[in-house]
Design a binder for this molecule. Sequence first.
Ligand code: SF4
Ligand code: SF4
Length: 489
Amino acid sequence: MKELHVTVQRFDPEKDKEPRFVPYTVNVNDGARVLHVLHAIHDTIDATLAYRYCCSSGQCGSCAVRVNGEPVLACMAEAADGIAIAPLSLPVKKDLVVDLLPKIREIASLAPAECGTERLPVKAEIDAIKPLRECIECMACVSVCPAMDVTKFLGPTAMRQEMRLALDPRDSKNRVPDAVRDGLFTCTSCQACYKVCPKKIKIPGKAIEKLRALANKQGFTLPRHREVEALIKETGRSVVRTAPSFMEQSGFIIEPDGPVKATVGFFVGCMYNLRQQQSALDAMEVLKRNGIRVIIPRDQVCCGSPLIRTGQLDYVETLKKRNIDAFRTRRLDTVMTMCAGCGSTLKHDYVTPFKVMDINEVLTKYGIEPPAKLPLKATYHDPCHLLRGQDIKDEPRQLIRQVVDLVEMPAICCGSGGGVKSGLPEEAAALGERRREEIKKTGADLVITSCPFCEFHIASHSDKPVKNIMTVLLEGYREKDRLAQEKKE
Ligand code: SF4
Ligand code: SF4
């Protein structure tokens, strides 16, 4: 047995003005789950605690709650001392019980084909349907979806079901028009739904992108997304050149100042090449100082992410081949990305003959010379495609803490991904404003991030300067050099 101290959010709409956290001390067995803690509170301290459960084995989805802010199934999550248990971010009926019914009612049902015309799914269809039919309707995904907060999007599990039905030959309906009507193009590809799903259903990749590909075949692709596709086909890039590109300003090989610790190919990406050139140039200075030799093949093109995320797949294989050839011919073992979206695409949508590493991984793996500490308080915006797309959370923080004081804020989407910034700019702006509020709460002097899309988008939704990690590190090195020079004089 062990003693645990926990807090539980209590709220009775008939009596309370607002929710409050109440502390409890319970004795539970070693290995107890959060649900056992709730049982202990209910059975030994306060029988009025309202919470929902049924199977107690991760199969029914009824006990979903938030633990320290993260949605989990109470019956599966191990209880720990000091945890805070709260309801999902959905309308609360009482304490930990939320109203699931409105969302469950929005999930589409199979529309049976006319008698005599139906066909049973074949094995390939069953295999495609399988990953989408595991849903236990816990609504964890719905509780974290940023697009639902600012648009009329029906949500991730509703899209999951539309795709599941679209794959089923027993279903008679064209699912695409409904999905488009219900917000198919509002998803920012933030991956939050997938990360909290207890059944690990890859809704963004397996449902939303697939529905968007079907929508493309039926002529529903947004006009702005079609323009991006035309631009990529014409120029190999997803944005237009308005100033000298990064590649026009950098060499083909960048040799480090000191001994070579590693050699990497640099996959530049459209945004760093044509919009955020200075961030990429700053990164080269940081790599140079830290023993990384960088090779930048000129024949690389857009990674294809803007097309894959928006369901425009016709040209993607051509881009993949050009990129793989560009690096393979240089016999590189490691290709480094700096754009979170490119990195996630190369890691998940390509089969590469080389290892792909984000720049934060490269620098933490080989270690960096300590920069001078700048007298700044900074907050870090986790790019969705770095945090959830590549599971990179600690490395940027390790680098940032060497140069400034870090104050955390919640990891929420800034609104620039999934084709939303180009296709639905009002939604992107609404999500950007939510980011502004969170930045303000931290009291930070500076916002740091590690993705050109986030950098570009947040800059117009923040009262504070927004900089790339590499730029801040370089500023730390310049300050170090200045202090050393001052000492000499
Ligand atoms: S990827 Fe993000 S925006 Fe898209 S459905 Fe999932 S949670 Fe919502
Ligand atoms: S998709 Fe996953 S997170 Fe969403 S309701 Fe179904 S099981 Fe829960």
